[in-house]
Design a protein around this ligand. Structure first.
Ligand code: AMP
Length: 125
């Protein structure tokens, strides 16, 4: 079910539990600001989620409240994960769902990184 992006941060969400090490993930990258792991239900040959370590519900929340260092660290992590996985030359797609119309299900900001095949239309017809 889609989440309300205006809700307060819920520290029981599944990505918060992954960040605390309470449930496992297939880690792709980690640094001071960010964690990246493979999506549990991949929708492309490469489907990696990159999340900030701070408590942000969505892109909307992050872009309002995060500090400059967090934002820079997170953006650099997304780029590094793409490079480290050989996705720059073939190309890749970034996606961040925010709220109901986008179908956001997990209330902790995550950027989807898709690659590994031609990805087709940007938005399904
Ligand atoms: P969204 O619809 O943008 O909120 O996407 C949530 C994504 O999280 C989906 O692609 C799920 O497959 C993925 N997901 C949910 N639980 C896990 C998990 N435990 N480990 C990795 N990916 C997950």
């Amino acid at each position: 079910m889609a989440i309300d992006p205006a809700q307060p941060y819920d520290d029981q969400n599944i990505f918060a539990k992954i960040l605390r090490g309470e449930i496992p993930c297939n880690k792709a990258y980690e640094d001071e600001w960010s964690l990246a792991f493979h999506d549990i239900a991949p929708q492309a040959p490469q489907h990696i989620l990159v999340i900030p370590k701070g408590s942000y519900v969505s892109w909307d929340d992050f872009s309002q409240r995060a500090g400059a260092d967090e934002i820079a660290g997170f953006v650099r992590a997304v780029g590094k994960v793409a490079r480290d996985n050989g996705l720059v030359q073939p190309g890749y797609r970034l996606l961040a769902n925010v709220g109901k119309d986008a179908g956001q299900e997990v209330p902790h900001l995550h950027v989807h990184l898709f690659g590994g095949k031609p990805l087709g239309r940007m938005i399904a017809a």
